[in-house]
Design a protein around this ligand. Structure first.
Ligand code: SF4
Length: 193
C-alpha cells in the first residue's frame, strides 16, 4: 500500500515514542493509515454506552470485550487518560461485489489479525499498552463470559466505543480518513501507551 500516512501532528508532545515503525513497517503489518496523538485529544461520551445497550451489534453483555464487562464508562475514561499517548491505525477493505454481511465479517477478521500483529510488535516496546479495537472479540469460538475468566487476556482487545471514545472526532483531528469510498470498509484500532 502506498497511501500510508503517519500524521505526527502532535509529535512534539510525545516523549520517547517507541520505534514500533522501524521494522516491520506498518504497511508490512497490513496497516493502511496511522497517526499518533495524545489522549487529551480524545473525545469521550457516555452516549456510546447508550448505543452499546441498544445492542445492534449483539455483543452487549455477551463478551469480556464489551460493556458491561469492561467496567463503568467513568472507569474506562480514567483508564484511557492514565496513558499519555495514543496510536490510531486503520485497515481498509475493498468490498466491491462483496458488500454484504460475509464481506464485512471477513474484513473485520482481517482487521483483528492486523491489530494483533501491531499490538504484539508494540508491546515488545510497551508491554502495558492498552489495545482497543472493534466490537466484540473473535479469539475464541465461544466466549467464556460471564461464567469463567477470559481465556486469553493478552489477546482480548476491548471495543473502542465500549470505552466511550468518539472515533470520528480523533480521526478527523489527526487527518486520517474515516471512509475510503463506496463499497469499502474502514476499521480502526487504538493503542494507548
Ligand atoms: S479471548 Fe476468548 S474468552 Fe476472552 S473475551 Fe475473547 S472470546 Fe472471550
Amino acid at each position: 500500500m502506498d497511501n500510508l500516512r503517519t500524521a505526527f501532528n502532535t509529535n512534539e508532545k510525545i516523549m520517547n515514542h517507541p520505534s514500533v515503525f522501524m521494522h516491520p513497517s506498518p504497511q508490512e503489518m497490513g496497516v493502511n493509515e496511522c497517526a499518533f496523538s495524545t489522549t487529551d485529544q480524545l473525545l469521550f461520551s457516555d452516549q456510546t454506552r447508550t448505543l452499546c445497550e441498544h445492542n445492534s451489534c449483539g455483543q452487549f453483555d455477551a463478551t469480556w470485550a464489551c460493556p458491561p464487562a469492561v467496567g463503568s464508562y467513568e472507569s474506562c475514561v480514567l483508564k484511557c487518560l492514565s496513558y499519555k499517548n495514543v496510536l490510531i491505525f486503520s485497515t481498509v477493505a475493498d468490498l466491491k461485489g462483496r458488500y454484504n454481511a460475509r464481506g464485512w465479517q471477513d474484513a473485520r477478521i482481517r482487521h483483528e489479525a492486523v491489530t494483533a500483529r501491531v499490538a504484539q510488535q508494540f508491546r515488545t516496546h510497551r508491554p502495558n499498552s492498552l489495545v482497543l479495537s472493534t466490537e466484540g472479540c473473535l479469539v475464541c469460538d465461544a466466549c467464556t463470559y460471564p461464567h469463567e475468566p477470559c481465556r486469553y487476556p493478552d489477546k482480548l482487545f476491548p471495543s473502542v466505543e465500549g470505552y466511550g471514545i468518539i472515533v470520528m472526532d480523533i480521526v478527523i483531528k489527526t487527518g486520517l480518513r474515516y471512509t475510503h469510498g463506496p463499497e469499502t470498509l474502514t476499521y480502526f484500532s487504538f493503542i494507548l501507551f
